[in-house]
Design a binder for this molecule. Structure first.
Ligand SMILES: [Zn+2]
Length: 179
């Protein structure tokens, strides 16, 4: 089971290797680590339709100029992790930190079912919740659709985020990943 954690975290590392992107200034600093702003629907299986995605792309390109922005869709729901920013997982009811091994076991089990069932019984206060509702420090989430902004010069503002939510027709979670 130990290898699965690695398997979960590996695809993004592969995905993040730059080939011939337009942001060559970042490539020349390749020895440095990379930061990604990842935006995902709060509902894990939600995928915006194509015209809305196109509008979202145009909108994000106007905010993050000369920045690599990728829209990704996967067949199964995936865990979108914050990479090196991953610290703790806490209960969304009582706030207590959930033992990492306990959480990892639940993740492994859910992964076997392609994250279609995210139900989780909290070990601290024995409540039924979702793996997607737990508090991740830094934030993480589950999604089939994700947007990834590579090494953005700045953050997306609250206003811009709510505009993007309107364009894509979904609430959006923000994940800062570091690799
Ligand atoms: Zn609890």
């Amino acid at each position: 089971m130990k290898t699965l954690a690695l398997a979960l975290f590996t695809p993004f590392i592969l995905f993040s290797s730059f080939g011939n992107g337009t942001n060559s200034s970042f490539i020349s600093k390749k020895t440095m680590s990379d930061t990604y702003l990842r935006l995902i629907p709060t509902k894990p299986d939600f995928i915006p339709d194509k015209p809305h995605q196109d509008n979202g792309k145009a909108f994000l390109n106007s905010i993050f100029k000369n920045t690599k922005i990728e829209f990704e869709e996967t067949t199964d729901i995936e865990f979108v992790d914050p990479g090196a920013n991953f610290e703790t997982v806490s209960c969304n009811y009582c706030g207590r930190i959930i033992d990492n091994e306990f959480w990892q076991e639940a993740i492994d089990k859910a992964y076997e079912k392609h994250f279609q069932v995210l139900t989780f019984i909290t070990p601290c206060c024995h409540k039924t919740t979702s793996l997607n509702a737990l508090r991740y420090q830094w934030p993480a989430g589950f999604a089939k659709f994700s947007i990834s902004v590579s090494n953005p010069a700045g953050d997306i503002s609250a206003n811009e985020l709510s505009e993007l939510e309107k364009i894509l027709g979904t609430n959006i979670g923000k994940i800062w990943a570091h690799y």
